[in-house]
Design a protein around this ligand. Structure first.
Ligand code: PLP
Length: 427
């Protein structure tokens, strides 16, 4: 499948859809409807769609709870005691890690705090964190409160690298230079693998190399990268990472998140951490002894017994994602995003009164399944009209519309229909 001689018309898009090897996955998701017609859905980067099989998966666990009560921990169809082990293979493959380097637990921001408890341990010499400017708000609050928690001053400890004056993207060289300039005091580089606002995908491998060269650690928030782009965290030598599962992974609102910890930290029982009983060596957990003996690897960071109902949906979503396969998803994603960009340009060119500036990177290797459009003109009105007419897109102040063409369930035809709607509204 290749995108040659692109045309902004339904015939072309339908041909592309017919050649799409993963087109059938669309049927496995529930699309929201307006007046009986399916919405054009482009906010899978905020909340992915519901897998149809989620109902049965939750029902299974409810039935096992009804049938077994507490015995379900060991006698349920999928015993709850080690339920999370069903995710290991898929999680490891999606982030490019060894199986003992990943685990599903908690929510994203909670996990970031736990990872910082282990990997941000400022001392007199090393206390600075380099992060991206305009990080997702929760990450900003997390960073600031971590610094304050250690009795330090965020102004002195947090170094933000942002786009240069008049630009929308962060230049990698500016990140590398910030690392070099602060290398003596640097504790940690912590960046979103893909920036939620611009859709910029960072070179995590090279950033990690620079961080290590400066004697610091490197961690990433993969909320927008997980299930969106191919990752090789272990080979890139990334120290730690965390993600949520309700964006590209479709595991449901607020569903279970996940972490990665490189084995050089995770397999070391001395690595400091905030602990709970679910991270305790599972063969001895129910001896209920004092003195903490962690599970080896990321599992040793678990705190609580697992939220099985949320995890039931996570299981369905992970299985679907891995059945489609990250390679095929990414290949389609690159084309969908390029096609959307082409359609937006066509529309921009034919309407001199409104213009859309794509602030996401032009280079496919520096973006995932997202285009952020800076609207010059009446952006909020346009957004409201789109929603009313059946397209769900995302609005960010002051004037940005974010669109995520998700390869698992969006089609090339969706993009043409969206373009036609956009055309109609601005004409
Ligand atoms: C979506 C997102 C979050 C959300 O955090 P939760 O703890 O899951 O509510 C945090 N950080 C980034 C970068 C995100 O994109």
């Amino acid at each position: 499948m290749e995108l040659e001689n692109m045309k902004f018309d339904l015939g072309f898009a339908r041909e592309m859809d017919e050649k799409d090897p993963i087109r059938s996955f669309r049927k496995r998701f529930a699309f929201p409807k307006i007046n009986g017609k399916e919405f054009l859905y482009f906010t899978g980067n905020s909340l992915g769609l519901k897998p149809i099989d989620a109902d049965n998966a939750i029902k299974t666990e409810l039935d096992d709870w009804a049938n077994w009560g507490v015995e379900g921990h060991f006698r349920a169809k999928n015993p709850w005691f080690n339920y999370h082990e069903m995710f290991t293979k898929n999680l490891a493959s999606l982030v490019g890690a060894n199986s003992h380097e990943v685990v599903a637990m908690n929510g994203l921001t909670a996990n970031l705090h736990l990872l910082f408890a282990s990997f941000y341990r400022p001392n007199v010499k090393r206390y600075k964190i380099i992060c991206e400017k305009k990080a997702f708000p929760s990450d900003q609050y997390m960073l600031e409160s971590q610094v304050i928690h250690h009795g330090l001053d965020p102004e002195k400890c947090i170094i933000e690298v942002g786009p240069r004056e008049g630009e929308h993207l962060i230049r990698h060289e500016d990140i590398y230079n910030a690392i070099i300039d602060n290398s003596d005091e640097l504790a940690l580089v912590f960046i979103g693998g893909i920036n939620y606002y611009s859709g910029q995908l960072f070179d995590m491998k090279t950033i990690t190399e620079h961080a290590h060269k400066a004697g610091a650690l490197a961690g990433f928030d993969l909320a927008h990268a997980f299930g969106n782009v191919e990752l090789s965290l272990h080979d890139w030598k990334v120290d730690f990472a965390a993600w949520c599962s309700y964006k590209y992974l479709n595991s449901g609102p607020g569903s279970i998140a996940g972490i990665y910890i490189h084995e050089k930290h995770g397999l070391n029982p001395e690595t400091p951490r905030l602990s709970g009983w679910w991270g305790y060596d599972k063969d001895k957990r129910f001896l209920m002894d004092s003195g903490f003996h962690p599970m080896p690897g990321a599992e040793g960071w678990q705190l609580s017994n697992a939220p099985i109902l949320a995890m039931a949906v996570h299981k369905v979503a992970l299985d679907i994602h891995c059945e489609a396969g990250m390679k095929r998803l990414r290949a389609k994603s690159v084309m969908l995003t390029a096609y959307l960009e082409f359609i937006i340009e066509e529309i921009s060119n034919s309407h001199p009164n409104v213009s859309f500036e794509v602030i996401s990177p032009k280079d496919k290797d520096q973006r995932g399944a997202q285009l952020s459009l800076l609207v010059h003109g009446r952006g909020k009105e346009l957004f409201n009209a789109l929603t009313k007419e059946g397209a769900i897109v995302d609005w960010r102040e002051p004037n940005v519309i974010r669109l995520a063409p998700v390869p698992l369930y969006n089609s090339f035809s969706d993009l043409v229909e969206f373009g036609q709607l956009l055309n109609k509204i601005i004409s």
